[in-house]
Design a protein around this ligand. Structure first.
Ligand SMILES: [Zn+2]
Length: 257
């Protein structure tokens, strides 16, 4: 059977948001502000659409008054993706901007690392202040109710989830963060999500400051660099360049590959 090739889209649902530079690049640019965007990524090929991440809960996004926030489901419509019909959602990690919109996809199979699930849903440490402020307790409770259901795939390590799509355990930013390796016309691309917030991290070896385990993070950097077909096919999670430097296919939607 032929392995399908996929196109990769970045769909912005909020931003540009202003962040202190040292939050995006560990101990760098302490007196500088930088811009970040919030994205969902879509993989399209072989007759399938797979989302990487679920965006933020629409109500929460409005409450927080995020710059140019749109309901992630509305943003997806710009390339004819109907949220209620989406069949596959890979959640890279359980932070508010990546899992908060999960209820928008009631029919989707959800792919999460078991380690990530066990930490955020079961470990009391996840209820402590540093963790609480980066997650969405309501979304987490919802995901908790899916345990044992067919819809929730808890993955242990690297796994091919569909032909041409493999999730890669890539911890550091969180305990069970995962990246997604995708077969494309240009070779293996990797949607790294928050393994790096911006492209510069992969060049400089300096990750963001939102960290659970720096050593694990470095090893995850090495792992994805070894796996990707070329460095320009390794995509970060929040870089405005994801939108600005690639062909625009709809409002605030770019095609990366
Ligand atoms: Zn993020």
């Amino acid at each position: 059977m032929d392995i399908p090739t996929y196109e990769i889209y970045a769909i912005k649902y909020a931003g540009p948001l202003i962040r202190p530079g040292c939050m995006v690049n560990w101990f760098q640019d302490v007196d500088k502000n930088v811009h970040v965007n919030y994205y969902i990524f879509a993989l399209r090929g072989g007759g399938e659409t797979i989302l990487v991440d679920a965006g933020m809960d629409p109500k929460l996004g409005k409450e927080r008054n995020l710059t140019a926030f749109v309901n992630p489901a509305e943003a997806l419509k710009r390339i004819d993706i109907v949220a209620e019909k989406v069949k596959h959602v890979v959640i890279t990690h359980i932070h508010v901007d990546h899992i908060g919109g999960i209820k928008l996809f009631p029919r989707a199979t959800i792919y999460l690392q078991e380690k990530e699930f066990n930490f955020w849903i079961k470990n009391p440490i996840a209820q402590r202040a540093p963790f609480l402020q980066v997650t969405d307790p309501a979304a987490n409770r919802y995901v908790g109710t899916l345990e044992g259901k067919k819809r929730l795939h808890l993955v242990r390590g690297d796994k091919k989830i569909l032909p041409g799509i493999e999730v890669l355990l890539a911890p550091g930013h969180t305990i069970g963060h995962q990246a997604v390796a995708v077969n494309t016309a240009k070779g293996t691309a990797i949607v790294g999500s928050d393994l790096a917030h911006t492209f510069s991290s992969y060049r400089t070896d300096i990750p963001s400051a939102i960290i659970t385990d720096m050593v694990a993070w470095m090893k995850s950097f090495d792992k994805v660099r070894a796996k990707v077909s070329s460095p320009d096919l390794l995509f970060p999670g929040h870089d405005p360049a994801l939108l600005d430097n690639y062909p625009m296919v709809a409002e605030d939607v770019s095609r990366l590959v």
